[in-house]
Write a protein that binds this ligand. Sequence first.
Ligand code: HEM
Ligand code: SF4
Ligand code: SF4
Length: 434
Amino acid sequence: MTKPMHPTPLLDELETGPWPSFVTGLKRLAQDKDYVVDLLGTLETSYRTKKGYWKGGTVGVYGYGGGVIPRFTELKNDDGSPVYPDAAELHTLRVQPPPGMHYTTDVLRKMCDIWERHGTGLIAFHGQSGDIMFQGAKTADVQAAFDEINEMGFDLGGAGPAVRTAMSCVGAARCEQSCYDEARAHHTVINTFTDDIHRPALPYKFKFKFSGCANDCMNSIQRADMAVIGTWRDNMRADEDLARRWFAKHGMNELVNDVVVRCPTKAIRLKEVRELRSGDGAAHLTTVKVSDTHALEIDNKDCVRCMHCINVMTGALAHGADTGATILIGGKRTLKIGDLMGTVAVPFMRLKTDEDFEQLVDLGRRVIDFFAENALEHERTGEMIERIGLVNFLEGVGIEIDPNMVATPRTNPYVRTDGWDDEVAKIEARKAAG
Ligand code: HEM
Ligand code: SF4
Ligand code: SF4
């Protein structure tokens, strides 16, 4: 039994556009839920007055300091009672997705059933935080809903000044560009920091994100305090048969204008087959014939692993076999200072063995510890690094400083060269050690 719908002339207009409308979805849920009838009433009021009517509060489940986003209505009658009493509380549960966001339909059905029983039935896969957002439950129902979700093996995500829910791309499961096992990295890292997710105790939020290659489907470089992005350090691989087939289909214009000239570091050349180099001097080159007369020559020393040519000619070109990840620290959106992309802290970390993954976890722990000790209240890692300087941060977390980390080399004429030869010798020794 549901009460009659409130008139919603403004929301109705949203259903007239060409795309499926969330209003239609809400109306469907409202057919047997007074909760959603009143939610539609609240929303219509907001559209009419152009005001939001929700305030925060404190709602949680036993043992957790975060993960539930409380919302209470502020749309009140003169006597203080809610105008839409059935939707006076509309809390959201943040639930962590599995790595790579892999679900079985069975799991999805169970989640829908749980939320229809305990909440509005409205679920978002996934919010910007990376979580499955179970939207709209009353205070009294939050614990029971969580218990059932938890019983399925899922856990609440992060909220507030804590380690947040992580995300990883579909990667190794289905994508040929993947350079490491993102799901394993995600799972290993996030299980290490479960305590820091559930009990907010950091200066501010801290996010991990895992992308299998520089296409960065997780946007980790912009969004994560610690971004783990797949890369390789040997030569790119090539497949002549696929390269010839690609060329036969796409032709010279596309090869030149879409592949060769779009390489950001001009690492690719179009060569006549008879000009191709081979032997010792060509060890850093990847060459592949696209026809009997023409070939591509890629200088791997100049390639910055941006993925562009591989994306255009997938299969004909592929990442190398010595794969791992680049670790970048400090990406974030505007807060105290403007948007920041992550800064490379570790150019290459091998990610194959148990020890490799332990090394990744260990770095995460050092960065979080340093952040906890040194960041100001409400300051992200990127801002902390801007304030204290990259050198101090790297020394603090015990990362060797590399000349490649100088953002704009050769722009300052005042250079001190004392100790130059010693430093060069140190870098050469480090390079030789691989
Ligand atoms: C004027 C009204 C509102 C403003 C300006 C606002 C603003 C925001 C912003 C900026 C975010 C971050 C979004 C992101 O990370 O992409 C956010 C997230 C969120 N808001 Fe609101 N909000 C409003 C109303 C509401 C209402 C009415 C609710 C629930 C009743 C709500 C619940 C949430 C939740 C649960 C999140 C987390 C979503 C996620 O992690 O993906 N907000 N809000
Ligand atoms: S980031 Fe790379 S590996 Fe991951 S899904 Fe995207 S293209 Fe594939
Ligand atoms: S992956 Fe390397 S060679 Fe290919 S376009 Fe990017 S920088 Fe150039």
